[in-house]
Design a protein around this ligand. Structure first.
Ligand SMILES: [Fe+2]
Ligand SMILES: [Fe+2]
Length: 306
């Protein structure tokens, strides 16, 4: 029998404290207001936004738009995480620290976006209103599922911010720096949740295998409440910023291998079945990525379909 949520939370307390302390030993103290060149800003009333203000590929614009709106949606992510962070447990203090750090991401990104004019501010604000009125975020059912989900999600956002920054023009040093700072925070969040999940595997491998398997088969990038999310997601993938290939190569593969999914011993029958499902889902994703790569190669080839 898998242990109950309360047992795992109780037994993982020392690991939460250890990883929280590790996080705090290397503080990342940076000030959103210091990252921006305010003198470059212009009023939108006098100078309405135009795409020529900051020429950029549509996939990169989509990525900035989706990533910023996802950061805006923080209150609902915090709500979802607090559901599994009981008062008096150190995970609660961690969640407050996490929220404090996450909160500066939308701040600094929006300042940069408005000063640099890299995306349409009206479209952005319309998107923010629509998305935040929905409060649509995943609500993992248990603490085990939550830490598995957040591990993947933090890694995915780290990759998305990092790859977006790499697509900005070389001379936008401010934009590159802003996205690198955010990606740096996401890296530390990822390490916390990844290693907490590793500790949870040591406590209750069967419950964790079932939780991870479920999260992998249902994982989607955050942002489903964003208007035209699918259209943006396709553009972002086409640009090579974040798609199925990155999910497989940069998220699933390193995270699952660190948790040593394939060699875990002592699983219950149900957990063994979950492991088989997990391996199958990963193999199916790998097949899709391979098919997409072949298709892309054919499109590029002079003999291929155009
Ligand atoms: Fe963030
Ligand atoms: Fe994060």
């Amino acid at each position: 029998m898998a242990k109950s949520r309360v047992d795992l939370l109780e037994e993982i307390t020392p690991d939460v404290e250890r990883l929280f302390n590790r996080h705090m030993e290397a503080p990342r103290l940076w000030y959103p207001h210091e990252q921006i060149n305010w003198g470059e800003g212009e009023n939108f009333g006098e100078h309405p936004w135009s795409p020529n203000d900051y020429p950029l590929g549509e996939g990169v614009r989509s990525s900035i738009y989706v990533n910023l709106l996802t950061e805006d949606n923080l209150p609902y992510y915090t709500d979802s995480i607090l559901e599994h962070s009981p008062r008096g447990h150190p995970i609660r203090e961690w969640t407050y620290q996490w929220t404090m750090e996450e909160n500066r991401h939308a701040m600094v990104m929006r300042d940069w976006v408005h000063i640099s004019r890299c995306i349409n501010p009206t479209l952005l604000e319309d998107g923010r209103r629509v998305q935040m009125q929905k409060g649509e975020v995943p609500h993992p059912a248990t603490f085990a599922e939550l830490i598995a989900y957040v591990s993947f999600q933090e890694r995915a956002t780290q990759i998305a911010h990092r790859n977006t920054g790499a697509k900005l023009p070389k001379d936008d040093r401010i934009g590159r720096n802003v996205l690198a700072l955010i990606a740096g925070d996401e890296t530390k969040h990822y390490l916390f949740y990844r290693d907490l999940t590793l500790a949870a595997f040591a406590i209750d491998p069967s419950a964790m295998m079932i939780a991870v398997s479920k999260q992998v088969s249902t994982f989607a990038m955050p942002g489903t409440g964003i208007p035209s999310f699918t259209r943006h997601a396709v553009r972002i993938a086409k640009e090579g910023i974040y798609g199925l290939g990155q999910y497989l190569g940069d998220v699933l593969t390193p995270v699952l291998s660190l948790w040593d999914i394939e060699h875990l011993k002592g699983l219950t029958k149900e957990a063994e079945l979950a492991r088989i499902d997990l391996v199958n889902v990963k193999a199916k994703i790998a097949e899709s990525v391979e098919r997409m790569a072949q298709k892309a190669a054919m499109m590029k080839s002079p003999l291929g379909v155009r």
